[in-house]
Design a protein around this ligand. Structure first.
Ligand code: ZN
Length: 106
């Protein structure tokens, strides 16, 4: 998440309120003298606090989602992956990013 913010790469997160709280720490600290580690540590503390309350920015944090990079897949590979995913009960969310499939697990 830190790298995505630093690289200005937009990634969609399911819980926008939780995301905004974490991003506030990034905005507050990423240009500070402590640099990357201070910012990552502060973001981690917010995420851990959220998880302790059962709040998850993403289904990834509860083990209910995976990302599969698709940028090097052929069209045929993509069709096969999508078919197998649906047959296994997974759901592909195309909102998150174009560089990968976000798969919600059953
Ligand atoms: Zn994902």
């Amino acid at each position: 998440m830190y790298d995505n913010l630093k690289n200005n790469q937009h990634v969609y997160y399911l819980n926008q309120e939780a995301y905004n709280r974490i991003k506030r720490e990034y905005d507050r600290l990423h240009n500070s003298p402590g640099g990357d580690q201070v910012t990552v540590d502060a973001m981690t503390r917010v995420i851990e606090e959220q998880v302790s309350r059962g709040v998850h920015i993403s289904r990834h944090l509860s083990g209910k989602a995976i990302d599969v990079r698709n940028s090097k897949m052929s069209d045929e590979d993509k069709r096969a992956f999508e078919q197998v995913t649906y047959e296994a009960g997974g759901r592909i969310n195309r909102q998150e990013a174009k560089s990968h499939y976000h798969v919600d697990l059953p």
